[in-house]
Design a protein around this ligand. Sequence first.
Ligand code: MN
Length: 402
Amino acid sequence: MISILHTADWHLGKRLGSLTRIDEQKTVLSEICEIADSNNVDVVVIAGDIFDTTNPPTEAIELLYSTLKNLSKKGTRPVIVIAGNHDSPDRIEAPNPLARDNGIIFIGNPKSTYYTETSDTSFSIRQSHESFIEIELKSGELLRIITAPFANELRLKEAFMVDKDTEFITYMTNYWNTLAQTYCDNKGVNILVGHHLCLPIGETSVIEPEDEKPIQAISTLLPPASIPKQIHYVALGHLHKFQYVYHNPPIIYSGSPLAYSFAEAMQKKYVVIAQIEPNNKAIVNAIELHTPKILIKKTCTSTNEAIEWLLQNQDKYVELTIESDTYMTPAEVKHLHQTHNGIIAIIPIVSVTKQENIETIIPSFSKPIDDLFEEYFMSKNNGQKPSNEIKRMFKRILAQEN
Ligand SMILES: [Mn+2]
């Protein structure tokens, strides 16, 4: 039996507003290393979006390398990393000459071929082909991996020479089936690792993560039927919420280890451990991760109420909505930020009770411009008068214009 830890969408270097998440990322990645060790997993797969940008900050690169080194246990545990849509495929592969002796395998492009020469690792690469690797573990067990990193439309079409989306689905289905028929018999464990969109069961469309570069427009929605029958487990990346796409074989999005936007505020985060024997259905276990810092959407009806709540919730990231019948002053906004350093956004919602029969004001151009401005402002804001700050701002603009 081969035990595989599946994770994805680390987005190292990603910020929330202007705030760095690197300390949380360090915490959660060390938790993932502990889970890999305490569960004695044989292999680790990371299904894309390793970094948040194609040119990540050095602290993110250092965190990746130190984490992968821990996971690979000096070349005794294979770690397979593929590129997602946030990664640069060539940069992801660049460390391979150094990484290979540590048991770390980077696959950036959809048709990359990995080395088969011997290295210092305690496992060996028995054979490889475009988009395929066969690993012989120290135990003698065989692991076959079809690698399907993300590629944009152009790169996919260049790599696979197909034009239309329908042709692309047919092409990938045939391509993967040919690989599976050639290399994936029942003497080994066969998996596919990809950064693609697959339609979850019972859904008619896929909601991509808010704040994520969407890939739906450029990458076709691959149906579970495109997965060859020899495959025991499909490890996917891209969607940040843990979910099954299909049960037999398990096609799973492990999700991201941290909530990266307020759309993910209430999601629990997981890594997946799949235990697979060649002739059996994979046993899948999702292990919940501890959340270093919670993201929360909070609605208050006044700044005072907000301040009271913020003082009690200093350890969270907040998207604060203030529903009130008056506009917030710049001083109030400043006060809120001084109370709490994890406010990512303040959304003011002014709900002025509609006065019945608001008279339609016909502007009289003989009036002073300040009065005209006030009438205009009220007509645009349900009768709400402009605050003194807004009036002063209007005067400043007017002075500059003159
Ligand atoms: Mn992605």
